[in-house]
Write a protein that binds this ligand. Structure first.
Ligand SMILES: Cc1cc2nc3c(=O)[nH]c(=O)nc-3n(C[C@H](O)[C@H](O)[C@H](O)COP(=O)(O)OP(=O)(O)OC[C@H]3O[C@@H](n4cnc5c(N)ncnc54)[C@H](O)[C@@H]3O)c2cc1C
Length: 237
């Protein structure tokens, strides 16, 4: 059986790996290079930032992902020789406009999020500015180093005999198992999996109203080790 995966972000590469493990010959297409778009830029936090703002199925999916992520990272390191550097340092939420909604959600998800006192907060992050009376705290939230995760996945894609990587090949259209490349070439497969992220509405106009890009920005600072020890979310940043 042959599968085509369109888009080689974290989703497409994990999908390609999974299909190859399940006996498929996989062709993985990307219009650019493997893992250089949103997945590369992402902050690597393994949780929705504001988990209380989502529907119950998203909470269930996120819980499941968090439960299996550490083992996945171990497997990726064993397969690639590259450590994506998962760290389990939790996430602090200091100022949110919908604090009450967050507290209500925390009541039903106590193992995920709790409220901590100022004393506990400053134990965790001694260099925070003074004046916070309490904080929301998600102790189990982990994060990974995305560039390293993507390098591990790229290595696995290139090493796996059942996966053929085709970079700089834009897919222009999909019709069931028939895929047209911008170059005019046609490819066929038993299964086509679309993992084209923010571009998906261009490729599948029939679902264009359901998927739209959301902009995120990342600033990288030089900072002394220990200035901030975990993910700290405050005022939307
Ligand atoms: C600044 C920033 C910070 C973020 N922080 C976090 C975070 O901390 N935690 C978190 O969970 N999420 C975070 N996200 C979101 C997260 O990065 C994305 O949800 C995730 O990477 C999406 O993965 P993906 O594989 O679907 O998309 P992408 O990585 O964008 O991959 C899609 C791929 O499809 C390819 N493609 C598109 N169209 C075609 C086509 N027609 N033909 C061939 N190839 C095509 C693209 O070239 C691209 O490589 C952040 C995002 C940003 C931008």
């Amino acid at each position: 059986m042959k599968a085509i995966v369109v888009g080689a972000g974290v989703i497409g590469m994990l999908q390609a790996r999974d299909l190859a493990h399940n006996g498929f010959d996989v062709v993985l297409y990307d219009q650019g290079q493997l893992g250089r778009e949103a997945s590369w830029a992402g902050g690597g936090i393994i949780s929705p930032l504001y988990p209380w703002r989502y529907l119950a199925p998203v909470t269930a999916l996120a819980k499941r992902s968090q439960a299996i992520y550490a083992e996945l990272i171990e497997d990726l390191e064993a397969e690639s020789g590259i450590d994506p550097e998962i760290s389990h340092h939790g996430l602090l939420v200091l100022n949110v406009e919908d604090q009450q909604a967050a507290l209500n959600w925390a009541e039903n998800n106590a193992s995920w999020m709790e409220t901590i006192s100022a004393e506990h907060l400053y134990d965790l992050e001694p260099k925070l500015k003074t004046g916070f009376a309490s904080s929301l705290w998600m102790p189990k939230v982990a994060s990974v180093r995305n560039p390293r995760l993507l390098r591990a996945l790229r290595t696995i894609m290139n090493l796996h005999a059942a996966i053929t990587v085709r970079e700089n090949q834009k897919i222009a259209g999909i019709d069931e198992g028939r895929v047209s490349l911008l170059s005019g070439e046609i490819d066929y497969a038993d299964l086509v999996v679309v993992c084209s992220g923010a571009w998906t509405s261009q490729l599948m106009p029939q679902i264009s109203s359901e998927i739209e890009p959301v902009k995120g920005q990342m600033l990288v600072f030089d900072a002394p080790v220990g200035l901030v020890n975990r993910v700290v979310l405050s005022d939307g940043r």
